[in-house]
Design a protein around this ligand. Structure first.
Ligand SMILES: *Cc1c(COP(=O)(O)O)cnc(C)c1O
Length: 241
């Protein structure tokens, strides 16, 4: 794919039309659904073209890639880390990410709190749940969610924004419906339950394949890569883990 502002704007319009159709189907206001541009594995030219087409929220899977592309972000850019975060990369993440969608351990929460203090930053956190129970996915197991949330420290440096999940990768978007519904039930149960959860409103769920189902089940962030930037080439050396 050629990364020009025109192609990016056309792809975004197609995705936005899907978002609006899904909202119309379930009576939601499309302004409640935010589009996260997942630029992982894509070159900086893709980011620039997307930015020129109006993109401001960008998602990366790997801390190193986030740092490479976004340590000096264009004005107004919000940087989202959506991939698993190891504690040895936490400092870089705390310095470079604005929102982290993939937090799933209390040790990491405490570490990020300390680092945010040192970096004099506020971080928005979402907690990843492995709703489908697939062994290959990271995140809290369903039975861990409530004890984990109850144990979160109260701190001015971290804003607990909501929950994230990745739908099961079965090829049938309907298979994501119950996992997404479950995520929403936890969000509903905790939102406003005490001061820590005063703004616990976000549901980060839905990707290129299953964003309609996610919106019907309440997504406030859809994380879209392929439908905006084209297929990813995992053979490229720059993307090797
Ligand atoms: C890659 C990725 C996405 C985007 O997936 P697409 O199917 O390309 O839209 C969304 N969320 C996470 C966590 C990802 O790793």
């Amino acid at each position: 794919m050629e990364f020009t502002p025109e192609t990016m704007a056309a792809n975004a319009a197609a995705v936005q039309a899907r978002i609006e159709a899904a909202c119309a189907k379930c009576g939601r206001d499309p302004s409640e659904v935010h589009l996260l541009w997942v630029s992982k594995t894509k070159p900086i030219e893709a980011v620039r073209a997307a930015y020129a087409a109006g993109a401001r929220d960008f998602g990366e899977n790997r801390v190193q890639e986030l740092v490479e592309k976004f340590s000096d972000p264009l004005p107004g850019v919000v940087r989202h880390l959506i991939g698993p975060l190891q504690s040895n990369k936490a400092r870089k993440a705390a310095a470079c990410a604005d929102v982290i969608h993939s937090v799933a351990s209390l040790d990491l929460v405490r570490r990020l709190d300390q680092l945010a203090e040192e970096e004099n930053r506020t971080l928005r956190l979402l907690f990843q749940v492995n709703c489908s129970g697939e062994g290959t996915k990271s995140g809290l197991a369903p039975e861990e969610v409530e004890p984990f949330l109850r144990a979160l420290p109260e701190t001015p440096r971290l804003l607990y924004s909501g929950l994230m999940t990745i739908g099961p990768n079965t090829g049938n978007p309907e298979d994501a419906r119950l996992p997404f519904r479950r995520l929403r039930a936890w969000r509903d149960a905790f939102l406003g339950s005490d001061g820590r959860f005063a703004r616990f409103s976000e549901l980060s769920m839905g990707m290129s394949e299953d964003l309609e189902v996610a919106i019907e089940e309440g997504a406030t962030w859809v994380r879209v890569g392929t439908a905006l930037f084209g297929a990813r080439d995992y053979g490229a050396p720059a993307t090797k883990e």
